[in-house]
Design a binder for this molecule. Structure first.
Ligand code: NAP
Length: 249
């Protein structure tokens, strides 16, 4: 069966590694980005170079109309999707919860949790065998923060990711009868631009890495591998799982 997979936030970081890994595994890929069109074009060209179909779409996952337009494009340009990776995510500047700006609170919940729900809802509609879909798999990118709680840094982000994990467990049960598996990965600290761009602490990776049992931050490719496995046939009996990819943290 040809595999058509949607990856949100695929222009850089963990999402770009997931896009590359899926293309190497034979998936056609549609991925989203929000602002960085130049970075998206680079990833799009890389996928084309390995012979897979690829489409980069500017879409904000927290905007319902953008998500609907995204999936309309997937269906019309590539076909009915078989996979979704809910990867797009943001944090806000590290700090105490009492000082948290309302706009940051809302944005973090709306992108990480509401956006994942918008995408999962439309993907389930397309993939479910009860509506003529071919079945498929969803992988949600959570965070070790969901269980660590991230006190003093971003408790609201941790809470949103805990919501993503509850979404995973519930949807796995609801969608199993219609041929859709739903799992999550929970990365620990991974060396991406998220820390400098979103958390306002460019040195966060270096600060946190020594406290990781494996003694270092993860690389995006080390998250992409587990995501690709969860989407693929070797994970055919795995649904409702949250796979921690956090170096023992
Ligand atoms: P990143 O380097 O900041 O990349 C984020 C990606 O998401 C970019 O492609 C960005 O596009 C896109 N994006 C951001 N907001 C979006 C929106 N509203 N709609 C659509 N796309 C959007 O982040 P990352 O570190 O790779 O993180 C990826 C996922 O892993 C996130 O869910 C994050 O919470 C999770 N995670 C990361 C870490 C870590 O240490 N890095 C740890 C645990 C979990 P533009 O470039 O166009 O803005």
């Amino acid at each position: 069966m040809d595999q058509i997979t949607v990856v949100t936030g695929g222009s850089r970081g963990i999402g770009a590694a997931i896009v590359r890994r899926l293309a190497a595994a034979g998936h056609d890929v549609v991925f989203t980005y929000r602002r960085d069109a130049a970075a998206a074009a680079v990833v799009e060209a890389e996928v084309g170079a390995v012979g897979r179909r690829c489409l980069a779409v500017a879409a904000d996952v927290s905007v319902e109309a953008d998500v609907e337009r995204l999936f309309d494009l997937v269906v019309s340009r590539l076909g009915v999707p078989t996979g979704l990776v809910n990867n797009a995510g943001v944090t806000s500047p590290v700090g105490s919860f009492v000082d948290l700006a309302t706009a940051d609170l809302r944005r973090v919940v709306e992108v990480n949790l509401v956006g994942a729900m918008f995408c999962a809802r439309r993907a389930a509609w397309e993939m479910g065998t009860d509506r003529g879909g071919r079945g498929g798999a969803i992988v949600n990118v959570s965070s070790a923060a969901a269980t660590l709680g991230s006190p003093g840094e971003y408790v609201h982000y941790a809470a949103a990711k805990a919501g993503v994990e509850a979404l995973t467990v519930g949807l796995a049960k609801e969608l199993a009868p219609v041929g859709v598996r739903v799992n999550a990965v929970a990365p620990g600290i991974v060396d991406t631009e998220l820390h400098a761009r979103e958390s306002g602490e460019p040195g966060r990776v270096a600060r946190v890495a020594p406290s990781v049992p494996l003694g270092r931050a993860g690389e995006p490719a080390e998250v992409a591998g587990p995501v690709c496995w969860l989407l693929g046939p070797d994970a055919s009996y795995t649904t409702g799982a949250v796979l921690r990819v956090a170096g023992g943290r």
